[in-house]
Design a protein around this ligand. Structure first.
Ligand code: FE
Ligand code: FE
Ligand code: ZN
Length: 277
């Protein structure tokens, strides 16, 4: 069975997102933990949580994916911004425990001139400061497109971060198909070899989720502009190969394509049609 979901608005709470996912025949979804601009999070509503937990259990959902604000930069040169990132991680992870055993994705950050090595060190230190033995949430580092001074556009960089994390079983990777194509991994022509590289460098056991997006820009453009499924440079043939790849097909796929709910509904239907059970 294809495990699929899309990015949903968290404004009406967890149970509302779960209901919306069911309506569009998804069995998971992604959401922002808080407003990416103002960093404000909604108060936890216990009734909403109870209802959510019941819905996902009754409908056999797979793990849902929370996304940290993308405006957060854990490896900024400004201490206040680094501290804010840490504070938000701690608060988000605490909130995630209301919906235990799910996943929390973040962008490793931009080193803004400090250099990749320094950035990697700060990110791994931050993770070591916020991860607890007790947490049931898996934190995912997202593969990035490499725009500006972004860290995480190379598998080696993510591997180095994970290597420095003490509680390694609490971290994994979310692979974004638009980002890795933009960063120079040719999944259109060499999907097998890219997956092999991921396995050799990071290990496929660390791959926990896929952001399934087409790309508005050609190979290695370092741009990070998502496109609707089949309408970009990846194309439907590549998307079909990705969701059916023997090393990937069991993973949850999350759409972050430029769509309203109707567009997501159509993409999910299309993907289910081309998925081979
Ligand atoms: Fe992201
Ligand atoms: Fe993404
Ligand atoms: Zn992106």
């Amino acid at each position: 069975m294809l495990n699929i979901g899309c990015h949903l608005s968290a404004s009406n709470g967890y149970s509302e997102m779960a209901k919306q996912a069911i309506e569009i025949h998804a069995n998971t979804f992604q959401f922002f933990t808080r407003n990416p601009r103002g960093f404000k999070a909604k108060d936890i509503d216990e009734k909403d949580i109870t209802e959510f937990l019941q819905i996902v259990q009754e409908n056999n959902f797979v793990k849902v994916l929370a996304h940290a604000p993308y405006t957060l930069n854990p490896c900024s040169t400004d201490k206040r911004i680094r501290d804010l990132a840490k504070e938000i991680f701690i608060d988000d992870l605490k909130r995630m425990e209301y919906i235990p055993n799910n996943m929390y994705n973040f962008h490793p950050g931009s080193h803004v001139g400090q250099g990749i090595q320094k950035g990697i060190e700060i990110i791994s230190n931050t993770l070591n400061d916020v991860i607890t033995k007790e947490q049931t949430t898996t934190i995912l580092l997202e593969t990035m497109s490499g725009k500006g001074s972004e860290i995480g556009s190379k598998f080696e960089e993510l591997k180095q971060i994970i290597d420095k994390v003490k509680l390694k079983d609490k971290v994994g990777v979310c692979l974004d198909t638009c980002h890795i194509y933009d960063s120079g991994y040719d999944i259109v022509n060499n999907l097998d070899s890219v997956i092999e590289q991921f396995d050799n460098i990071i290990g496929l056991d660390k791959l926990k989720a896929i952001h399934l997006n087409d790309s508005k820009n050609p190979f290695s453009s370092h741009k990070d502009r998502h496109e609707q499924i089949g309408a970009g440079y990846l194309g439907i043939k590549t998307i079909e190969k990705i969701i059916n790849h023997s090393k990937l097909k069991h993973l949850p796929f999350f759409l972050e394509t430029p769509n309203e709910i109707n567009g997501y509904t159509k993409e999910i239907e299309l993907l289910k049609n081309i998925y081979k059970d």
